[in-house]
Design a protein around this ligand. Structure first.
Ligand code: PHE
Ligand code: FE
Length: 280
């Protein structure tokens, strides 16, 4: 594990880290966590990948209440060198990348209101913790996220952030992975969403395309609806290896290509069939 701190020019002036303020959560806050946790825990067996389910169990997160970030960080750090830091909401891009590059995942400290159970415009602690932390327990995925943080700082310098943001969207947030028993979820935006965790695997509507790095970086995404397209990796190693090369020439090539809408079908797409509907 390489814990190098970034060069001084990559370091933002402010880190946006706050105290989680765990004592300030109300009984209602913990009750909302419980409802969300129980709902997703019932849906995800047979739908989320093994790495996600094992990671979730290992974090110590449970239905009884919003986890304490310090305790989860101590477990996570032993597994992959990552820690969780509390933030008040979305942080500037450079700050976000700088944290990732140093193996820190920013988690929003507040939880949604009861009327926002199924839809939120910004990430809350349920999305950030339940969705993102489990896969950070996996060493290969953890290394990918760290590399992504460094790549983000570089993309900012190269004016290529929109391309790299699509990679995050279609892998970290909405990624699917193959297993011997069919497709599985690893993306946090799916794993934390009741409707999307079924739709992404079973609905005939979206297209599911085998992972293709440049195709992903060329493709726009929807932020306010179920996805029209998902990209499927074979395993986390494929993701790590494919993103290892210097992206500078990729960005140059992408600037010569048109952006694609999510519904686009290309002859070169390798389509993957949905899973058969699951009983529960
Ligand atoms: N290899 C990429 C680059 O040179 C960095 C990166 C790694 C980006 C992993 C995304 C994911 O820019
Ligand atoms: Fe997220």
């Amino acid at each position: 594990m390489d814990g190098t701190i970034l060069t001084p020019e990559g370091r933002p002036a402010e880190d946006f880290v706050i105290d989680q303020g765990w004592e300030r959560y109300t009984a209602q806050d913990h009750a909302i966590w419980r409802r969300l946790f129980e709902r997703q825990s019932a849906l995800l067996p047979g739908r989320a990948c093994k790495e996600f389910l094992d990671g979730l169990a290992a974090t110590g997160a449970a239905a009884d209440g919003i986890p304490r970030f310090e305790a989860a960080s101590d477990i996570l750090e032993k597994a992959t060198g990552w820690r969780i830091v509390a933030v008040a909401g979305l942080v500037p891009d450079d700050v976000f990348f700088w944290h990732l590059a140093n193996r820190r995942f920013p988690v929003t400290n507040w939880i949604r209101a009861p009327e926002q159970m199924d839809y939120l415009q910004e990430p809350d602690v349920f999305h950030d913790f339940f969705g993102h932390v489990p896969v950070l327990m996996n060493p290969v995925f953890a290394d990918y996220m760290r590399a992504y943080g460094r790549g983000g700082l570089k993309a900012l310098r190269l004016g290529a952030l929109p391309y790299l943001a699509r990679l995050y969207w279609y892998t970290v947030e909405f990624g699917l992975i193959r297993s011997d028993d069919g497709l599985r979820i690893y993306g946090s935006g799916i794993a934390s969403s009741r409707t999307e965790s079924v739709y992404c695997l079973e609905s005939p509507a979206p297209r599911r395309i085998a992972f293709d790095l440049l195709r992903i970086m060329q493709t726009d995404y929807r932020i306010d609806d179920l996805q029209a397209v998902y990209f499927v990796i074979d395993d986390f190693r494929q993701l790590f290896d494919a993103t290892r090369p210097d992206f500078t020439p990729y960005y140059a090539a992408l600037k010569q290509r048109p952006d694609l809408v999510p519904e686009t079908a290309l002859d070169s797409d390798r389509l993957i069939a949905p899973n058969a509907p699951q009983a529960n």
